[in-house]
Design a protein around this ligand. Structure first.
Ligand code: ZN
Length: 116
C-alpha cells in the first residue's frame, strides 16, 4: 500500500498531510483504540484525551504495528498465510514501508510548518 501511495504521490500533486485534532476542543492529545473482531475488518477509534469525545473512526484494510514483531503481523493478516518465507518477506517489506512512510509524512508535515 505504501508503494502505491508513494507512486501516486510521486506522480501527482504534493502529498496532503494533516495532523489530526479534536473537532470538539482543538486538542492534539489523542489516543487510538484498536478493535479486532473475528470476521470483521479491524477498526481504530480515535478519541480525545482532553475532552474524551470521539474524533474519528478508521476501518483498516491492513495493519502494521511497529516494534510488535512478526506475531502481531500474522494476527493482522488473519490466516492468509501461504508460506513462511513469503510471510517473513512481506513482513519485512511492510516494516520497512511503514518506517519509510512515517519518515516521509513527518518530513511533509515539517515542510508545511507543522509539528508531527
Ligand atoms: Zn477534545
Amino acid at each position: 500500500m505504501w508503494r502505491l501511495l508513494r507512486l501516486i504521490c510521486d506522480n501527482a500533486a504534493p502529498m496532503d498531510v494533516h495532523r489530526q485534532t479534536c473537532q470538539n476542543c482543538g486538542s492534539r492529545a489523542l489516543h487510538n483504540i484498536l478493535v479486532r473482531e473475528p470476521g470483521h475488518r479491524s477498526v481504530v477509534f480515535v478519541g480525545c484525551t482532553t475532552c474524551e469525545k470521539l474524533v474519528a473512526r478508521y476501518g483498516l484494510e491492513t495493519y502494521y504495528h511497529h516494534g510488535k514483531g512478526l506475531e502481531s503481523y500474522l494476527r493482522s493478516i488473519q490466516g492468509s498465510v501461504e508460506s513462511g518465507r513469503r510471510v517473513l518477506s512481506e513482513f519485512e517489506a511492510t516494516q520497512q514501508e511503514a518506517v519509510d512512510g512515517y519518515e516521509r509524512v513527518v518530513k511533509a508535515l515539517r515542510a508545511q510548518g507543522k509539528e508531527p
